[in-house]
Write a protein that binds this ligand. Sequence first.
Ligand SMILES: N[C@@H](CCC(=O)N[C@@H](CS)C(=O)NCC(=O)O)C(=O)O
Length: 206
Amino acid sequence: MILTGQLDSPFVRRVAIALHHYGLPFKRNVISAYDDFDALLALNPLGKVPALELEDGSVLADSTLILDYLDHLVGPEKALLPGVAALRAHLLRHMGIAIGVAEKAVEYRTETVRRPAGRIDRSRAERIQAQMAAALAWLETHTPDTGFLAGQRLTHADIASGVAVTFILNRNPEHLGNKDSFTRLRGHAARCEALDAFASAPFKEG
Ligand SMILES: N[C@@H](CCC(=O)N[C@@H](CS)C(=O)NCC(=O)O)C(=O)O
């Protein structure tokens, strides 16, 4: 398998972390979603990362759909989302908010950094900020002080939250206030980053 995208994307990163956790061998195609647009369009008609090329040459796009495929590849015993309906629903809810925060954090950068000076829509940026603040507060309330979201076992919801928080801490830490705020989210992300699978796919441009 070949994973396209850089590890400063929370979406590419969550796929790379799952691949490492599952022990699935893969190669990387390190291209930028913005600087290598034509090459990316040839792989994924949406021009977005991540894209995962499978052994038969077909290409999957969208991190959540790629993870769904990988979960089926490794089977229910190893899959990072449990099959038990109530626990699964709890984790899907958490994962949806965490991935939504990552999407908003990326969108915030697009609105504030990638636009030409003078073309920034402040009201749009403020709306995104408000969405992030509400979602981060929700995540903080629903994150335990110790362990992971379903006890000691890592899940896709933990990975989603970990990569989102690390992205924000690296790109726009002001969303998380000073080090005394969002202490559960910060602690949880630190526990995630200490895992081998996270360390094997560190946040970086490349
Ligand atoms: N829902 C998608 C989001 C992927 C995404 O937004 N990727 C960004 C990079 S972080 C991208 O490729 N942006 C380029 C663009 O949208 O033009 C997923 O989970 O894979």
